[in-house]
Ligand binder design. Structure first.
Ligand SMILES: NC(=O)C1=CN([C@@H]2O[C@H](COP(=O)(O)OP(=O)(O)OC[C@H]3O[C@@H](n4cnc5c(N)ncnc54)[C@H](OP(=O)(O)O)[C@@H]3O)[C@@H](O)[C@H]2O)C=CC1
Ligand SMILES: O=C(O)C1=NCCCC1
Length: 344
């Protein structure tokens, strides 16, 4: 009998494969695959949230189960690909205060054979989650912001970026945006200033070439920003309408998810904005009460090329979706086996 024990890939085994080209392509495939008119066969049932109650606020958290099947989607390396996976992810916002600190978001992905249903691999997915979330913001910024200025704007157009919340997500957004786009100025703001200063230093060391400023308030960070990335656990709005560039032409990646996904951005901003989501299915359950209608899924914009107008204020309301994790995990597994084949 063949060995049916699933392979285990820890963070060290997965890490080298999480390159931006791989993750961006997989996430873009997922964003397109969930669109109704897409030729991919996608099943992405609503994710479940299990709340973990406790007397101590620090020990309160959530367990999310995120299953997805994405069949027959395009990849550059394999042509048509399929993936069946389920991510298990916890969110404990008090983890950063522990000694030693732990990440707030911790994840594993289970990848199955889509032909037999056998569990093929278990993959540590904490970094995968961070990177695929950043990739969703990168892809959304490319299509919702840059493409309104023309087909090459993501290469040619200089931008000012504000990072509000300099935790794990904020740091990775800052690094990836500076490495992927022509960022002339990066403005960082965090509730506790030390993390914003740490990030400013990190950008200087790892990227360089742009001005970096630490800002006392989110207002100061946002007032001249073309693109804003906000990733905190804030229950009260951090980004207000009067904080935005008066000329318009602003894109916001609203990444953070407290108890309410859209609590970081004020209703006054939503009311002036075109709001885009990763998928309608999660939005129906998780964005109840959103103060503006949803204009489209990001994948619809990619496929239709119906880009926003230059002066529009756009919000990508990022919830995170299981098909992103499934496509990235599959791409990592494919890359691992391609490496093994080469060695044999
Ligand atoms: N959309 C998606 O797909 C995903 C979204 N997320 C969400 O992104 C957010 C950030 O996650 P992550 O970076 O991993 O978490 P971290 O704990 O690493 O960072 C959280 C950051 O938010 C700040 N913060 C926390 N509470 C508040 C508040 N009330 N007001 C202002 N700032 C606050 C913290 O500041 P301080 O340093 O002062 O504590 C810290 O800088 C979370 O909401 C998470 O759920 C995560 C993964 C996927
Ligand atoms: O998609 C994810 O993964 C997450 N989304 C919301 C917060 C926790 C992780």
């Amino acid at each position: 009998m063949s060995d049916t024990t699933p392979a285990y890939y820890g963070a060290d085994a997965v890490g080298p494969f999480l390159t931006w080209p791989l993750v961006n392509e997989a996430v873009e495939s997922a964003l397109k695959a969930v669109v109704k008119s897409s030729p991919a066969l996608t099943a992405q049932p609503r994710r479940t949230f299990t709340p973990i109650g406790s007397q101590s606020v620090q020990d309160q958290g959530l367990l999310l189960t995120m299953p997805a099947f994405v069949g027959n989607y395009e990849t550059s390396s394999r042509g048509g690909s399929s993936t069946l996976a389920c991510k298990l992810v916890t969110s404990f916002s008090g983890n950063a205060q522990r000694q030693p600190p732990l990440p707030s978001i911790l994840a594993h992905v289970l990848v199955f054979s889509h032909q037999t249903g056998q569990l093929a691999a278990i993959m540590e997915a904490t970094d995968l989650t961070t990177r695929r979330t950043v990739a969703a913001s990168l892809v959304s910024t490319k299509y919702l912001y840059f493409r309104r200025f023309g087909p090459d704007a993501e290469v040619t157009r200089p931008i000012t970026v504000a990072i509000v919340g300099c935790g794990v997500q904020g740091q990775m957004h800052a690094l990836a945006f500076c490495q992927s786009f022509r960022v002339r100025k990066l403005l960082c703001n965090n509730r506790s200033r030390a993390k914003a200063e740490e990030l400013a230093k990190l950008i200087g060391l790892e990227v360089g070439g742009q001005a970096v400023e630490v800002c006392e308030s989110s207002r100061e960070a946002c007032h001249e920003a073309d693109v804003i990335c906000v990733a905190t656990f804030a229950k009260e709005p951090l980004i207000h309408s009067q904080d935005l560039k008066p000329s318009g032409g602003v894109h916001i990646n609203a990444v953070g998810a407290g108890e309410i996904h859209f609590s970081e951005v004020a209703p006054s901003v939503y009311r002036r904005s075109k709001v885009y989501v990763d998928c309608y299915a999660n939005a129906e359950a998780e964005l109840v009460g959103l103060p503006a209608p949803i204009t489209a899924e990001v994948g619809e914009v990619i496929l239709s090329k119906d880009y926003p107008k230059e002066q529009d204020i756009t919000v990508f309301q990022s919830m995170g979706m299981a098909s992103e994790d499934a496509c990235v995990a599959q791409a990592v597994l494919d890359a691992i086996s391609a490496g093994k084949d080469k060695d044999e």
